[in-house]
Design a protein around this ligand. Structure first.
Ligand SMILES: Nc1ncnc2c1ncn2[C@@H]1O[C@H](COP(=O)(O)OP(=O)(O)OP(=O)(O)O)[C@@H](O)[C@H]1O
Ligand SMILES: [Mg+2]
Length: 234
């Protein structure tokens, strides 16, 4: 417990990257994490295989999660680990619905484009249907990803319309950073990166800023869970 699902039927919004970075922060902070890879493209399974030595001991990556086995995987992981993070495919499918139905929190990553926001709105409708089906509240929040200091008009407009619609926005963002791209490409964790580290091509400028950013997002997720999940001790 708790189960955090990352969903947006728009591809390439940062679901897998954010899932992985969050899992790395929780593991670095001493919590056991199961990362379920429910995307047929297997980005997280591939990440774990890239540099198995650098997969933290507290981080268990479960590849090949499908609509047939996702509920079993979520339930057994939730019984075992303080955090379960589910990375979903960038389309709407049964696995997405099942994961949302079981989630303690759905994170909806969005870049600041209207297309991402439109697909995000579709995910919110799935969340509402699952909440109705199971007669429970399913907490969710939008997480802006790949943000930069320069905010376009699109971004400001989307943020304002989400706020007007009463859609929760996480008070931290995944900033666009080379470190977050690098770990997906070379394996290992954000804590392994850095000038002078032995992670070869993983050297990126300013890995400390990426770590600080990742930890702020993880803290915002934990705060949100504390405020919305009853009696799980998160
Ligand atoms: N915060 C970030 N900073 C820099 N690059 C990022 C960030 N988040 C994601 N990316 C890059 O954007 C691309 C898409 O990210 P990612 O694969 O995480 O998205 P996704 O939503 O999981 O996509 P899909 O729908 O295909 O599963 C990748 O190349 C990734 O490295
Ligand atoms: Mg993905």
């Amino acid at each position: 417990m708790p189960v955090i699902a990352l969903a947006n039927s728009k591809g390439g919004v940062g679901k897998s990257t954010t899932a992985l970075v969050l899992a790395q922060v929780f593991a670095a902070q001493g919590a056991g994490v199961t990362l379920l890879d429910a995307d047929p493209n297997q980005p997280l399974g591939a990440w774990a295989a890239r540099d198995p030595e650098r997969v933290p001991a507290l981080l268990r990556v479960v590849p090949d999660v499908t609509e047939e086995n996702i509920l079993d995987h979520i339930d057994s992981a939730a019984a075992r680990d303080p955090f379960v993070i589910v990375d979903l495919e960038g389309t709407a499918n049964m696995a997405v619905s099942y994961a949302i139905g079981r989630a303690d929190m759905v994170l909806i990553p969005m870049r600041g484009s209207q297309l991402d926001a439109d697909q995000g709105a579709r995910v919110i409708k799935v969340i509402a249907r699952q909440a109705q089906a199971f007669r429970r509240t399913i907490p969710y929040a939008v997480l802006f990803t790949c943000t930069s200091v320069l905010r376009g008009r699109d971004f400001r407009h989307i943020a304002a319309s989400l706020q007007d619609a009463g859609i929760p926005i996480l008070p931290a963002e995944m900033v666009e950073r080379a470190a977050f791209r690098a770990i997906m490409q070379i394996g290992g964790t954000i804590y392994d990166l850095g000038p002078g580290s032995d992670s070869g091509s993983g050297d990126v400028a300013n890995p400390e800023a990426a770590i600080e950013n990742a930890e702020a997002v993880a803290a915002a997720v934990v705060d949100y869970l504390k405020g919305h999940v009853k009696g799980d001790g998160a």
